[in-house]
Design a protein around this ligand. Structure first.
Ligand SMILES: [Ca+2]
Length: 583
């Protein structure tokens, strides 16, 4: 006789199987890939059959808009809200941080029983409570910064632990996503795959670059003299690598018999990172014109959505939280105002009540407004996008009433966004909100002779430290009164050993340690970076225990100094790590 418990569990398994299964969701977000960097958009310079298949088997949103740069788009996708409301203002020095009081799309799916994972470039905060593991993702593998200095087996973050990547980052992120999908194949999952290419550094293996090496692109930017063909070749090779990885994800879904039940979404976070073929559109990444803002967008869900359909209504990243939750039958209610709206009616064809709308792009004090027909650009010029995607003919004089209306809308939007963001403009870096906190060089301030290894802080370290008066400071907010074990990640050239490092805060510390060990590894090999001039410098760093420091709750400046420099220089510094010891 079968034990009752076993029979009951078999019964509940049966009911689970019979009940409408909540769809899985896979979001593929690329980085600096333009609308035009795909075969399906009409670019014959490259082949992207797997991504193109999403358009053939799913729905294309023809007029899908994102922000002009990375972190803002990610924030809008995660929250359904315009990015200045969420605390995000830019891409570096903590500007990408998404306020902890925002509800993310992952929070909503997790609350509804989904397994949640993110694999790739996060770019919405590094320290707790901004880390992806604090934002609704059970599983995280990638890097949290705005860009990364090396793409072959670089240092990465796996659920807040420092790990070394395995192979080309996009392949590596895909491997982890596939593993996550396999592990969760028998329950609903939400898999966010924010790839970090074709963002620079333009590193790509010969396997993908070979086809493009020496090739003259047949289709060019509308002003070919502005195009750097070396950059185009590398970007297109990176896009073919993305396509290969998208193919691996789709094949995994097929193998697990999950394709029918899985919503797959594909889009990019801003326009192309160089002038290359992009339809006839004006501008590139960073511009609040069509070229900087229009993204490819495909959504495939064989069980419920038609294949090969195109939707022309304007939509954007702010719409994804309401749309995807509605498709999955999840209540999208969040405590804050949603800016986006669900475009499920457009997908299913019941769009008779779709109301006209304006989509706004904001860059500092500049605003651009897109309506279904027009774009008012930041200079007040009006373009009839339906007839003139390239924004060549200013038709403001023919439509004075529309210009006036859109200018008013732009002004209101700017005031609203600036007022919303003002309260978040000054945010220190959080320490002690999780057992371990990393303060990278990116978030620090060099003083005296100390310099950054590269112009862009995102993946930099501090170098050229020669004077005992020099120091590095981090503006921090300590979340918990506690004693912290401090570690500095350093390199030290031969002859410079014997440096004393001192860590202090106004009323805390100091704690000191002497660098006794020379550690001076070479920079990572950059032979697979395809641009002649490289701004990326990466090397390994070694931990040095600085001792314990007792920090009090509240804001202050954490300072690293070197009271003794016996050699030519002190040390290079990558980051400070603070481990909270429970009081
Ligand atoms: Ca980007």
């Amino acid at each position: 006789m079968i034990p009752l418990l076993l029979r009951l569990s078999a019964l509940s398994l049966l009911f689970t199987t019979l009940a409408a299964r909540q769809p899985n969701v896979v979001i593929i977000l690329t980085d600096d890939q333009g609308w035009g960097d795909l075969g399906v958009s009409g670019n014959a310079n490259l082949a992207t059959p797997h991504i193109d298949s999403l358009a053939e088997q799913g729905i294309t949103m023809e007029n899908f808009y994102v922000c002009q740069v990375c972190a803002p788009t990610r924030a809008e996708f995660l929250t359904g809200r315009y990015y200045p409301r969420t605390g995000v203002s830019g891409v570096s020095r903590g500007q990408g941080r998404l306020n902890p009081d925002e509800t993310t799309i992952a929070d909503l799916f997790k609350k509804n029983g989904y397994a949640t994972g993110a694999f790739g470039k996060w770019h919405n905060g590094t320290q707790a409570p901004y880390h992806p593991n604090d934002r609704g993702f059970d599983e995280y593998y990638g890097f949290t910064s705005g860009h990364w200095g090396h793409y072959f087996s670089p240092p990465l973050d796996h659920n807040r632990r420092k790990v070394r990547g395995n192979g080309y980052v996009v392949d590596d992120f895909t491997d982890h996503a596939i593993e996550f999908i396999k592990d969760n194949h028998d329950q609903p999952f939400f898999c966010y795959l924010p790839y970090n290419t074709p963002h620079s550094p333009m590193m790509i293996s010969d396997e993908f670059y070979g086809k493009f090496e020496g090739q003259e692109p047949a289709q060019r930017y509308r002003d070919p003299s502005a195009e750097d063909v070396m950059m185009t070749r590398a970007a297109l090779a990176m896009c073919e690598n993305i396509d290969w990885n998208v193919g691996r994800v789709l094949e995994t879904l097929d193998q697990l018999d999950l394709s029918e039940d899985t919503i797959v979404v594909y889009f990019s976070d801003n326009g192309p990172n160089s002038y290359r073929w992009n339809g006839d559109m004006k501008g590139r990444k960073g511009a609040i014109d069509e070229g900087g803002l229009r993204s490819p967008f495909f959504i495939r869900w064989p069980n419920s959505l038609p294949a090969g359909k195109s939707v022309s209504q304007i939509t954007g990243a702010i719409d994804l939280l309401p749309t995807l939750t509605q498709l999955a039958g999840i209540n999208p209610k969040i405590a804050k105002t949603l800016d986006g709206r669900s475009f499920k009616p457009l997908l299913s064809g019941t769009d008779s009540n779709w109301q006209p709308r304006s989509l706004f792009a904001i860059k500092g004090s500049q605003v651009s407004v897109r309506t279904q027909r027009f774009r008012l650009d930041a200079k007040g010029q009006l373009f009839d996008i339906n007839a003139d995607r390239g924004q060549r003919a200013n038709v403001a004089k023919s439509h004075p009433a529309i210009v006036k209306d859109l200018q008013t809308q732009a002004t209101v939007h700017k005031k609203t966004m600036q007022a919303a963001f003002a309260q978040y403009a000054d945010r220190p870096f959080t320490v002690g909100y999780a057992p371990s906190t990393t303060l990278p060089a990116r978030d620090g301030e060099p003083h005296g002779t100390i310099q950054r290894s590269s112009k862009a802080p995102n993946n930099s370290f501090f170098t050229h430290w020669t004077e005992t008066d020099d120091s590095i400071t981090w503006d921090i907010d300590v979340g918990a009164n506690a004693t912290y074990e401090a570690i500095a990640y350093y390199t030290c050239a031969a002859g410079n050993e014997g440096v004393t490092l001192k860590l202090s805060m106004e009323n805390a510390g100091p704690t000191k340690a002497k660098v006794t060990e020379v550690f001076d590894p070479p920079l990572y090999d950059k032979s697979l970076e395809r641009m002649a001039e490289s701004h990326y410098f990466v090397k390994d760093f070694k931990p040095l225990a600085l001792g314990k420091i007792k920090l009090s709750e509240g804001r202050g400046l954490l300072r690293l100094s070197a009271p003794k420099i016996p050699g030519q220089q002190a040390v290079d510094i990558h980051s400070i790590e603070l481990h909270r010891i429970e009081p």
